[in-house]
Write a protein that binds this ligand. Structure first.
Ligand code: NAP
Length: 301
């Protein structure tokens, strides 16, 4: 893997070693969440307290939340960081976000290492219910490579997964809900079916209400998670969820893998949903390359 931006000595080095595999530690350094996130935690916590559901039973509560850990940076004196929402997506050259209903055919091993690294850095992974159903989501794993880093940051051994759903047509007997290391969250609306919310909680999930109707308001979801002390946010899509985060103006960063493949067909783009009046400008923060795959990292300007 080579760093094409920022340009380093290794970029120019065409000798043996220029294409060596980066360690997970090197990738984690490259993709670390910004430390200079401005303080808007007070604002975030204020709106989140109104949006979360009543306190769940202790069995359903994430334990410990990063905010409640004594090792958490947010427990230290001084302002807490504001939430930072990053998305991680892969696209073919012609803009497809999936092939045969899954992203795996347009991905590669290096993409999966970055996928794992981004999870290793996150407090919580937000994902749309359709991606959970289509990709057969399982709980996030605790990985030794990130253990020290997570402990130092006051994070649980693995990120929580937060499933965004209005209909709650989810298999609550699946390991994602019954046996995660960090309890799975369900982000839904006030008017979502009460019986399904109860079933989710009985399975061990924590239901977080972040919308007035059946669905979730994206900005309110971000605030609700920040209110739980979860500020390093990662969304893995899918396109309908990402489209809503973009339209709501809450996406801070896009980690986009450009896959050197073309698919044609009718696949979705990586963002699929409400448009915005004026295209938003992002700036390039990092560009890695391996075997023709480009691993981009763009930040909102
Ligand atoms: N290329 C990539 O990087 C990438 C990444 C992820 C996924 N994918 C692919 O994308 C496809 C799935 O994406 P998708 O766009 O169809 O679905 P999605 O965004 O994963 O999920 C859509 C579902 O999320 C829920 N939802 C959406 N907006 C909501 C809101 N405001 N409030 C509450 N719930 C809301 C609804 O669930 P309910 O129906 O339960 O209400 C909706 O059916 C799959 O083929 C997957 O392989 C690709």
């Amino acid at each position: 893997m080579r760093s094409l931006f920022p340009v380093t000595d290794e970029t120019a080095d065409q000798g043996p070693g220029a294409d060596r595999q980066w360690t997970l530690d090197e990738l984690a350094d490259r993709y670390a969440y910004p430390v200079d996130r401005a303080d808007s935690a007070t604002e975030a916590k204020g709106s989140a307290s109104a949006s979360s559901s009543p306190a769940p039973s202790p069995a359903a509560s994430p334990t410990p939340s990063p905010a409640s850990s004594s090792a958490s940076p947010s427990a230290a004196p001084g302002p807490a960081p504001r939430p930072w929402l990053r998305a991680n997506m892969v696209s073919s050259l012609d803009g497809a976000a999936q092939h045969d209903g899954r992203s795996q055919p347009i991905s590669c091993a290096a993409d999966m290492r970055i996928f794992g690294t981004l999870r290793g850095l996150a407090d919580v992974v937000l994902v749309g219910a359709e991606t959970v159903r289509k990709e057969g989501y399982r709980p996030a794993r605790a990985r030794e490579a990130f253990a020290d880093r997570r402990r130092a940051a006051g994070q649980t051994p693995a990120p929580a997964v937060a499933v965004i759903s209005a209909g709650l047509d989810l298999d609550f007997s699946a390991p994602l809900f019954t046996s995660p290391l960090t309890p799975t969250l369900i982000l839904t609306g006030e008017k979502a079916r009460e019986d399904r919310k109860k079933e989710a909680e009985q399975a061990g999930a924590r239901v977080v209400v972040a919308g007035e109707g059946r669905g979730v308001d994206p900005a309110r979801a971000v605030a609700a998670l920040a209110g739980l002390g979860l500020t390093r946010l990662l969304t893995e899509g899918g396109p309908r969820i990402l489209g809503q985060f973009i339209a709501a103006g809450v996406l801070d960063e896009l980690c986009l893998t450009l896959s050197p493949m073309v698919t044609s067909g009718e696949a979705q783009r990586i963002a699929d949903g409400p448009g915005i009046a004026v295209p938003k400008r992002f700036s390039l923060a990092s560009l890695l390359e391996e075997e023709g795959f480009l691993f981009t990292r763009y930040r909102r300007t």
